[in-house]
Write a protein that binds this ligand. Structure first.
Ligand code: 5GP
Ligand code: MG
Length: 183
């Protein structure tokens, strides 16, 4: 089993690159079918969604607009927290009457994407949906579930494919989970 050490923890391979890319392709096909001929604004959430967004966008068969946004929340590195500390990119957005697709790396409690959904909805877009590479249904506390999900996963902390552990591990091609025995 392929494993890596990041900071103080050992992680083992959970989803190999080939499996992720096949699933992203299938998600893109669904999105292509749903948004054909529409004016679509893609909003990947930095930092984590940048790799997923890059793969997804290159399999789209329409011409979306793209604006990265960032929403930072308070909290430590391995838990999601519930307070928006900082954001950028949000006030520039022109979303009225447009179809907006938020792109997330992972949806845990759903706080981040829920905040953005609520923020955008006030500005009368044609629609707002969420596409996420990973989704933890057991941790989700939001109102609206993500419309496009790559993989549903149990409630453990994953890294790789853009996702970090205290800013390390984003470059890993696969997605990794903590090893059972960690020391
Ligand atoms: P939520 O707001 O849905 O609770 O969490 C969303 C954000 O928390 C994600 O965009 C991600 O930055 C971070 N996050 C949640 N779960 C994980 C995880 O398992 N691994 C990593 N690296 N980040 C996570
Ligand atoms: Mg994130």
């Amino acid at each position: 089993m392929h494993s890596v050490r990041v900071h103080d923890k050992n992680f083992e391979l959970y989803l190999p690159e080939s499996q992720i890319l096949a699933r992203v392709q299938a998600m893109a096909e669904q999105i292509n079918a749903d948004y054909q001929g529409e004016d679509v604004l893609l909003l990947p959430i930095l930092n984590g969604a940048y790799i997923f967004a890059a793969d997804l966008i290159r399999s789209l068969e329409f011409q979306p607009s793209l604006q990265f946004v960032k929403i930072s929340t308070y909290g430590d590195s391995m838990t999601s927290s519930r307070q928006v500390r900082d954001s950028f990119g949000l006030n520039k957005l022109k979303v009225k009457d447009r179809h907006v697709l938020i792109i997330e790396d992972i949806i845990d409690t759903g706080f981040t994407s829920g905040y953005l959904r609520a923020y955008l909805t006030q500005q009368a877009p044609a629609s707002v949906k969420v596409a996420t590479c990973l989704y933890k249904p057991d941790a989700f506390k939001g109102k609206t579930k993500p419309e496009y999900v790559g993989f549903e996963i149990p409630d453990f902390f994953v890294i790789g494919y853009g996702l970090d552990y205290a800013q390390k591990g984003r470059e890993l091609r696969g997605i990794y989970k903590p090893e059972e025995k960690n020391e």
